[in-house]
Design a binder for this molecule. Structure first.
Ligand SMILES: [Zn+2]
Length: 294
């Protein structure tokens, strides 16, 4: 049974109890309707793709999903769309600009894909105010070391703009997932501001190594510690203790709306890591605020 405690309406008592003004979530998804519909169809076949049911919990229209975040006290959140084929990223970025304009509480988002135009449209997105980027190594099925990406990584490193990178080998491994390929990108661009999605699961320890090695690498908590992800990859006690030490380099992420449980379960999952209230305050508010310059 998938836990959904606490309910959406009880989420504000979580951050109020910590004395915070709300939550900042660096890992939420908004996409053009047809793209989101395709993503949901994919999750609907969860047993086929992942070997488990994946019933997306928040399936309202865009306005409904935005108001659900607002009602829970999520003060800032990105759109985090991403491309799985060439010729797609630039159009998504145009959609993303319009989304950011109609949802002022959102963090202007953009993406890129290995293609000759990547550096050009990443530069455009930065000029147009993008504050966070996302790439998905497994869904995109590309090598993050691809030479066609090198200038894009360089531009982001120079701008200091964070990029959420899903490079861990879970929930599905890809040809280029794992800490090795993206570790090589960091070796080449050591100042890159990168947020490793899902804390790098299932390679939690190896991605914590990257945080220790590079000054601007962060982990996001997306699905971390939930019953759902623990069934696939439970972090070891040793890893959780390393996260305590890395308190300033961990940021709240949730994967809203594409989660098979209520939003509150993510917060409960972090609370029961038992790393203390200061850790929760840093992760759920202070770190993402500083990182995104909010
Ligand atoms: Zn995600």
């Amino acid at each position: 049974m998938i836990a959904s405690y606490p309910a959406d309406e009880d989420v504000p008592s979580f951050w109020q109890g910590l004395g915070l003004p709300g939550l900042i979530d660096v890992h939420t998804h908004f996409m053009p309707d047809p793209v989101m519909a395709a993503v949901w169809r994919y999750f609907d076949n969860g047993s086929e793709h992942y070997g488990v049911e994946w019933n997306v919990h928040y399936r309202g229209d865009e306005a409904t999903r935005v108001s659900q975040l607002h009602a829970m006290g999520v003060r800032a959140f990105p759109a985090l769309f991403y491309a799985h084929k060439p010729g797609m990223a630039e159009g998504l970025n145009v959609w993303g600009e319009a989304f950011a304009a109609r949802v002022p509480s959102s963090i202007p988002s953009a993406t890129f894909y290995p293609e000759p135009e990547a550096a050009r449209y990443v530069a455009t997105a930065l000029e147009h105010g993008a504050r966070i980027f996302k790439v998905h190594v497994q869904v995109g099925d590309f090598d993050p070391r691809d030479g066609l990406l090198d200038d894009a990584w360089g531009l982001l490193a120079e701008a200091g703009t964070p990029v959420v990178v899903h490079c861990g080998s879970g929930p599905l491994p890809g040809r280029h997932t794992g800490p090795g390929p993206f570790g090589d990108v960091l070796a080449r661009h050591p100042r890159l501001t990168a947020i490793i999605a899902h804390a790098g699961e299932p390679e939690y320890a190896e991605h914590a190594d990257l945080v220790e090695k590079y000054p601007n690498v962060y982990l996001d908590t997306t699905m971390v510690g939930t019953d759902f992800l623990n069934a696939m990859a439970t972090p070891s006690v040793e890893v959780v203790q390393r996260w305590r030490v890395l308190q300033d380099r961990i940021v709240l992420g949730s994967d809203f709306p594409n989660i098979p449980y209520g939003y509150g379960h993510q917060l409960h999952a972090l609370e029961r890591l038992d790393l203390g209230e200061d850790w929760l305050r840093a992760v759920c508010w202070h770190n993402p605020k500083r990182l995104l310059g909010l």
